[in-house]
Write a protein that binds this ligand. Structure first.
Ligand code: F3S
Length: 425
């Protein structure tokens, strides 16, 4: 890899041993993927995936300690994925609490380490750092050192920023040295689409199922999607961005998509159109039947498949402000229909701390509380990552949560019907 004199000096240890190790890791990472150079991180605010102090991750804590001792920081303040626990809003049984205490025993200590290395503030815990309320918003063309698959795919696709699907620690290391390897989704060539996807459904597809179908088909490739503008329009409104957030998270978790283009809608598709597609691109047609096939292919992982759901998570990735308002209206109407005052299943909606603060000022917040719904800023996946919680019959409208846990996926409409007591699973 060709390094500038400044980069070479860091690699040679001229800025200290700790920075040398960090730089060596970044260079090795680039070498593995054939990067010919390192490029500057132009959006200094990082976003990191490792938000949880799992006691077993000893190398993480000792690396953080070494960075702190050497007085090494990130070039900008960073945000990080959601916290794993929130006992005030997501109640746990005593045994679950004991298990969580052991699992996430290092949480407080780790948060202290994050702060010393460059964490923005105590509210910087969300996977939707790119929302305006949270304010970690890259510009088109910005190069990032982020991780968290749902945030990376959003930044690449909807904002037009440039970032590879980094792992934990590499997100931090790139944000410390301020350079990332030039390969994959950082390059023009790596951003070209190798799949043409045609959406030919009769109505607007459920974002989470469409994303799942595309993710499973193209895996880590870049799809260019035709026909979605018919349902979403050609402007990135708040509603459209919320749809693309959920769609992207499903492509990234049910497959490993890091970037997608939506014809006439996302920034690079608007600018370059079909010029973004490679000549030998493969094709995938999605109609109502195909979406139904995908939906039916999800296994039910509950111990007792006929169990009554005992918990519902909505908001993985975290909900936008508009989605919180929308869900309140949907549930309110659904409960009126069945004559219930409260939801039939314990329900937790998750959102970024800043979005929750804004939502708490509204009449809808009071209404949602009166229906018995809780609003939290945890990561539902981290919460379900517990042997005892795994025994619960959890439903969710998140295809990411379904993929990584034993939670059962239901479409939005079905969730509303279950919560209102109109239907079972
Ligand atoms: Fe966010 Fe946790 Fe889901 S990080 S995308 S809420 S798995």
């Amino acid at each position: 890899m060709l390094l500038t004199p400044e980069q070479q000096a860091v690699l040679d240890g001229k800025k200290g041993e700790t920075l040398q190790k960090v730089m060596r890791t970044i260079v090795m990472y680039g070498d593995i993927f054939g990067a010919e150079k390192l490029v500057p991180v132009t959006h200094p605010e990082g976003h990191f995936v490792t938000s949880f102090g799992i006691s077993l991750m000893k190398p993480l804590f000792s690396t953080m300690e070494e960075l702190i001792k050497a007085d090494v920081h990130t070039i900008g303040k960073f945000t990080v994925d959601p916290r794993p626990l929130d006992y005030a809003n997501v109640k746990c049984a005593l045994l679950e609490k004991v298990a969580f205490k052991v699992m996430y025993g290092k949480q407080e200590e780790y948060e202290g380490q994050l702060k010393q290395v460059g964490l923005r503030d105590k509210d910087a815990f969300t996977c939707t750092a790119y929302l305006p309320e949270v304010g970690n918003v890259p510009k088109k063309g910005d190069v990032l050192s982020w991780a968290e698959s749902s945030a990376v795919v959003y930044a690449n696709s909807v904002l037009g920023a440039r970032c590879n699907r980094n792992s934990g620690m590499l997100d931090l290391f790139g944000s410390i040295v301020g350079w990332v390897p030039y390969f994959g989704l950082v390059t023009d060539e790596g951003r070209r689409a190798t799949w043409k996807v045609y959406v030919r459904t009769t109505k607007k597809p459920e974002a989470q199922v469409l994303g799942s179908a595309i993710g499973m088909k193209v895996t880590e490739d870049v799809p260019y999607v035709f026909g979605l503008d018919k349902f979403l329009g050609e402007e990135l409104t708040d509603d459209v961005c919320a749809y693309l957030k959920d769609f992207g998270a499903a492509t990234a978790s049910n497959g490993a998509v890091g970037l997608y283009h939506i014809d006439r809608l996302t920034p690079e598709a608007k600018e370059l159109g079909e010029g973004l597609i490679t000549e030998d691109a493969k094709e995938y047609v999605i109609d109502d039947k195909e979406l139904e096939r995908v939906l039916k292919s999800y296994p039910v992982m509950w111990k007792n498949k006929d169990a009554k759901p005992s918990l519902c998570f909505i908001g993985c990735p975290h909900l936008t402000y508009g989605q919180l308002i929308g869900w309140t209206q949907t549930l309110s109407a659904a409960l009126k229909e069945t004559g219930r005052r409260k939801v039939a299943v314990r329900t937790v909606m998750t959102t970024a701390p800043e979005v929750k603060a804004k939502f708490m000022q509204t009449a809808e917040y009071k209404e949602l509380m009166s229906m018995g719904v809780k609003v939290s800023s945890i990561c539902p996946l981290m919460y379900t990552n517990n042997p005892m919680t795994k025994g619960r019959a959890i439903i969710t409208n998140s295809n990411k949560l379904r993929t990584y846990s034993v939670a059962r996926y239901c479409k939005d409409e079905k969730i509303a019907a279950i919560l209102s007591g109109k239907e079972g699973v």
